[in-house]
Design a protein around this ligand. Structure first.
Ligand SMILES: Nc1ncnc2c1ncn2[C@@H]1O[C@H](COP(=O)(O)OP(=O)(O)O)[C@@H](O)[C@H]1O
Ligand SMILES: [Mg+2]
Length: 489
């Protein structure tokens, strides 16, 4: 007979109700039950996340394997309790003919077994099992009464703790998701590929690793590079972008590394380069695939040794700069074709981020369009209700070869040109979904047509046009000059 069973129950239920941490709670339940019933071994099973399977969540003096075999045995006490939902004691298991076939019980020479379902009204969420092997005492009716009452309290406490646990997990996940989007308010993107990029930026930002960002032009490579810097520990230090495609080799060299007075004509004084300016911060090498071999070699030295020499100077200077770089080429292909140093490639490519083109994340098109509409309406002090249905369809169907940059320019232009409260497709000035190719012309003429169309698309911006065409700005300039389309200055 148990002493003061109700008092004991009350004390225990107060104890378990003060715990909401599920693992602590289960331990308390197990230990209290074992103590009161003077059991030698025991375990608790709980239904796994709304499935029909039960898993062992806590155990005393029993291995998981043992429990599994007891659980699986069709005629075991546990199986019986889970099926009938009725508590039972099996007094001296070896003689109890209800379980004569249960080999596990016979083999373990169990003397006395008690098992009760964990019920909430008539719904079963698990079971508590206990036994005695050594003791001569057997579980009796009072043990069973106590355990049944105890299990009712325990089941409620467990379910409450599980619910709380689920809510907390859910809450944590939501918070993480919100804060991930919150952390990059200037970058629009709800699509799966952009969420992946956010996660990537979030995790690489605090390191000082070099990052290579590859992607078509206008996909947001520079935006991502800035975000990495802004979320790094060097965010208060400079972020310096340099567009590697637009400078001649000599100029580029002196821009990056600086020069000594008299190093070349025009070098009137000592001048530090961008690497020194960016010391402690971040240098962003945009279109890194464009840099010449000699500069590649110098760059490698900085990355390896943290050292540089200004042009025309012998002094070795130490710099500590994080390098981020971007390219719209396949840089590895450049390596294979011998245009880019392999050792430098591996130095730059410690972390690799691939920006998805806009056509691979159509979900983001309208989101971005709305964002740019708001931005440029405000900037131009105009008011719009939004896009017409046709306009939206138009935006979604277009292929966006110039990606977000092209979308942004399109919306900016639409804002300026539109005089109605709804933006209609006629102000987009996009070529039809498929730009007409001037078939039946020479390759030279087709070439010229494509270049001029791109110039038109970018509103005459040569840097942008060069990026879209994937040529250097110098080459484009030269081409336009040949056609007499550049004013000399
Ligand atoms: N996800 C985005 N959300 C908001 N603006 C974007 C996004 N991606 C690109 N942009 C904008 O598009 C333009 C081009 O982006 P940029 O980073 O310069 O592209 P890339 O360097 O790949 O050519 C910039 O004005 C940039 O602010
Ligand atoms: Mg760019």
């Amino acid at each position: 007979m148990l002493k003061n069973p109700f008092e004991t129950l009350l004390t225990i239920s107060q104890q378990i109700n003060s715990t909401h941490e599920i693992t602590v709670l289960l331990d308390k339940i197990m230990d209290s039950a074992m103590r009161v019933l003077e059991a030698e071994r025991g375990f608790i099973l709980l239904k796994k996340n709304k499935t029909a399977h039960y898993e062992t969540v806590t155990a005393r003096n029993l291995s998981r394997e043992r429990i599994e075999s007891m659980k699986e045995h069709s005629s075991s006490v546990v199986t019986r309790v889970l099926q009938t939902r009725e508590a039972l004691i099996s007094v001296d298991a070896q003689e109890d003919d209800r379980f004569s076939g249960a080999e596990s019980i016979i083999l373990q020479k169990i003397h006395s077994v008690i098992c009760t379902p964990l019920l909430i009204e008539d719904r079963i969420i698990g079971a508590i099992y206990m036994d005695r092997q050594m003791s001569e005492d057997q579980f009796d009716q009072s043990s069973l009464d106590f355990l049944t009452a105890f299990a009712r309290q325990a089941a409620i406490a467990i379910e409450n703790a599980q619910m709380l646990n689920d809510l907390q997990n859910e809450n944590k996940k939501l918070k993480e998701r919100i804060s991930l989007n919150d952390r990059f308010p200037e970058i629009i993107g709800k699509s799966q590929p952009m969420q992946k990029i956010f996660e990537m930026v979030h995790s690489v930002a605090p390191s000082t690793a070099t990052v290579l960002i590859e992607g078509e032009s206008g996909t947001g490579k520079e935006l991502i590079a800035r975000a990495i810097h802004d979320h790094s520990n060097q965010k208060d230090k400079p972020f310096i972008p340099i567009f590697c495609g637009s400078l001649s080799e000599n100029l580029m060299e002196s821009e990056l590394f600086g020069h000594k007075k008299g190093a070349f004509t025009g070098a009137h004084q000592d001048k530090p380069g961008l690497f020194e300016d960016a010391d402690g911060g971040t240098l962003f090498l945009d279109e890194v695939g464009e840099i010449s071999q000699p500069i590649q070699t110098k760059l490698l030295r900085i990355l390896q040794e943290g050292e540089l020499k200004r042009v025309g100077d012998n002094v070795i200077r130490k710099v500590n700069v994080r390098v981020l770089c971007a390219t719209n080429r396949d840089l590895y292909k450049e390596v294979q074709e011998g245009r880019f140093r392999e050792d430098l490639y591996y130095r730059l490519n410690v972390i690799y981020i691939k920006m998805p083109p806009l056509r691979e994340r159509p979900d983001d098109i309208l989101l971005l369009a709305e964002h740019f509409l708001q931005h440029y309406a405000l900037k131009n002090k105009k008011n719009f209700k939004g896009f017409s249905k046709e306009a939206l369809r138009y935006l979604q169907q277009y292929d966006w070869p110039g990606n977000v940059r092209e979308l942004e320019n399109t919306i900016e232009r639409a804002v300026i040109l539109s005089s109605k409260s709804l933006i209609e497709p006629d102000v987009f000035q996009l070529k039809k979904s498929e730009p007409k190719m001037p078939v039946g012309k020479t390759l030279k003429e087709i070439n010229k047509y494509a270049i001029l169309q791109t110039m038109e698309m970018t509103g005459g911006n040569r840097t942008k046009a060069a990026e879209i065409l994937d040529v250097s700005r110098r080459w484009l300039q030269y081409q336009l000059k040949e056609w007499g389309m550049v004013d000399e200055h």
